[in-house]
Design a protein around this ligand. Structure first.
Ligand SMILES: Cc1cc2nc3c(=O)[nH]c(=O)nc-3n(C[C@H](O)[C@H](O)[C@H](O)COP(=O)(O)OP(=O)(O)OC[C@H]3O[C@@H](n4cnc5c(N)ncnc54)[C@H](O)[C@@H]3O)c2cc1C
Length: 462
């Protein structure tokens, strides 16, 4: 029997961050990271071919999270980072058949010609409206507080983050911090002003930058893995089939044998955790969480095709397009394509159209190309195409998600040595994962239970 201090199931960004923190901050702590795949990184996967670099998973993360910055320093990647500041790169929303620049700050939203004056006044109705009861969807909540005219923008924003459906995602699941402000102050605007006043941070909202690496996002998990000793700290090709409690800790049964430890961390997407937790507690309020799957269609064009400036565009469902949006990857980071070529990554599928992400490569490329040619007014054929598929779906905090979270918090409080984090539990972004994983590692080192996440309002969500 292989005995450790801590077993961590899942060697994606969450598990790797916990391992890194324990390795650096808790000398002598014996941990083992188990993953069913032959590689680490989970949802993070870069595709590099013929001088083109594209992502099957995350394209980057915002540099406004202290914990993520600390990890970069720890593993010596700070100087390698590429930064694409949001303030310099515009993003577009495709509305009424053309690309319109997304206003990036509250003041720019108020000034924007995209929103009619009547609709702008409606936004301020938030000041006098009572909080909506129950678990409203984001669409119902946003229309009630700020008016229905904002819905295409809300839709585009949720497409760009969750690949989700605003008629299914709930405001309590997506923005618990904003919802808490609304409930406390009776108005989101009043709550935001009060929070700003309390932080005593006058002045403009500073815009963060998107971060990546010259070789793509995979560099981050690969670097984190370099510090781990194969078979001692890390077991790959090792699917965990069952977990159970022992007298003094936890037991894990896997493809590669049985392991025991005082602490057990599930650093897994919500549904993978639920599958293992069924045997531990039968009061799980939801059988599983819906997921949104995406296919990325990579299209490269020769020099005569010039992309508009900026990061890319998002398309609300109401526009009736096949694709969800596109990233102008060669504008975002240098080195994504050979000199003078343009690289676009087009997203298809999502919560509303999962069948589209399953289409064969030829059909996906043709449909994506039709959209891109029409929207960007391109007549040339691409010089390179590729379809990237990610086995991970994006967990969707829909109806019942707060109950699931409350159940998770109760369980870790009841079960000594059990920790649950990962994709979808306390957010879906890479910064959320790093922050929560750091908190879990701190709890393990301090020998205490995980206290859970405090709801907070982020300066920039999308
Ligand atoms: C298409 C897509 C685009 C995204 N874009 C962005 C973006 O632009 N910016 C951003 O910040 N975030 C983005 N994300 C989210 C980001 O990728 C995740 O937050 C992060 O990668 C999740 O890391 P994780 O370690 O929690 O989970 P995962 O990456 O899912 O890792 C979990 C690991 O657990 C392993 N595993 C599962 N079950 C078992 C088992 N039974 N036994 C052993 N091992 C198991 C898996 O093999 C996997 O390696 C995107 C995600 C997707 C899918």
């Amino acid at each position: 029997m292989n005995t450790k201090d801590t077993l961590i199931i899942g060697a994606g960004l969450s598990g790797l961050t916990i391992a890194q923190t324990l390795r650096v901050r808790c000398y002598g702590h014996r941990f083992l990271l188990l993953d069913k795949n032959e590689r680490t990184g989970g949802a993070i996967r870069t595709h590099a071919e013929d001088g083109f670099i594209a992502e099957a998973g995350p394209h980057g993360y915002l540099d406004n999270c202290r914990e993520s910055q600390d990890i970069l320093v720890d593993i010596g990647l700070t100087t390698e980072c590429l930064h694409a500041p949001l303030s310099r790169f515009v993003r577009y929303v495709y509305i009424a058949g053309s690309l319109r620049q997304i206003p990036q700050t509250p003041l720019a939203i108020i000034k924007s010609p995209l929103i009619r004056w009547k609709a702008k006044f409606q936004i301020f109705a938030d000041l006098w409206k009572k909080p909506l009861q129950g678990e409203p969807t984001v669409a119902a909540w946003a229309a009630y507080r700020f008016g229905a005219s904002l819905l295409p923008f809300v839709d585009a924003a949720l497409t760009g983050t969750y690949a989700g459906d605003m008629d299914k995602l709930t405001i309590d699941g997506v923005m618990p911090g904003v919802r808490a402000l609304e409930k406390k102050h009776g108005s989101v605007i009043r709550g935001l002003l009060a929070a700003k006043w309390q932080r005593n941070r006058p002045g403009r909202l500073s815009m963060p930058a998107m971060t990546s690496f010259p070789g793509g996002m995979q560099r981050l998990p690969e670097r984190l893995t370099e510090f781990l000793r194969p078979e001692i700290d890390l077991q790959l090709n090792c699917s965990v089939e069952n977990i159970s409690k022992t007298e003094d800790g936890w037991q894990v049964e896997s493809e590669k044998g049985t392991f025991q430890a005082a602490n057990l961390v599930l650093a897994l997407p919500v549904n993978a955790s639920l599958a293992l937790l069924k045997g531990i507690d039968n009061r799980i309020p939801l059988p599983d969480l819906p997921e949104a799957r995406i296919a990325t269609v990579v299209l490269a064009f020769a020099r005569e095709v010039k992309l508009p400036p900026g990061f890319g565009y998002l398309i609300p469902e109401s526009e009736g397009r096949f694709t969800l949006g596109a990233l102008f990857s060669s504008n975002m980071f240098p080195g994504r394509a050979p000199a003078d070529c343009s690289l676009i990554e087009v997203l298809a599928g999502g919560r509303r159209h999962p069948e589209r992400a399953e289409l064969d490569d030829r059909t996906l490329i043709r449909q994506a190309l039709d959209d891109v040619k029409d929207i960007l007014n391109i007549s040339s054929e691409p010089i390179y195409t590729k379809v990237l598929r990610n086995s991970s779906g994006i967990p969707q905090p829909e109806q019942g998600y707060p109950d699931l979270l409350a159940w998770r918090n109760r369980l870790v409080n009841e079960q000594q040595g059990l920790f649950i984090c990962g994709f979808g539990w306390d957010g879906i972004g890479m910064n959320d994962m790093i922050k929560t994983a750091g908190r879990v590692a701190e709890s393990i080192m301090a020998g205490r239970k995980d206290s859970g996440q405090e709801t907070s309002v982020k300066g920039v969500y999308f």
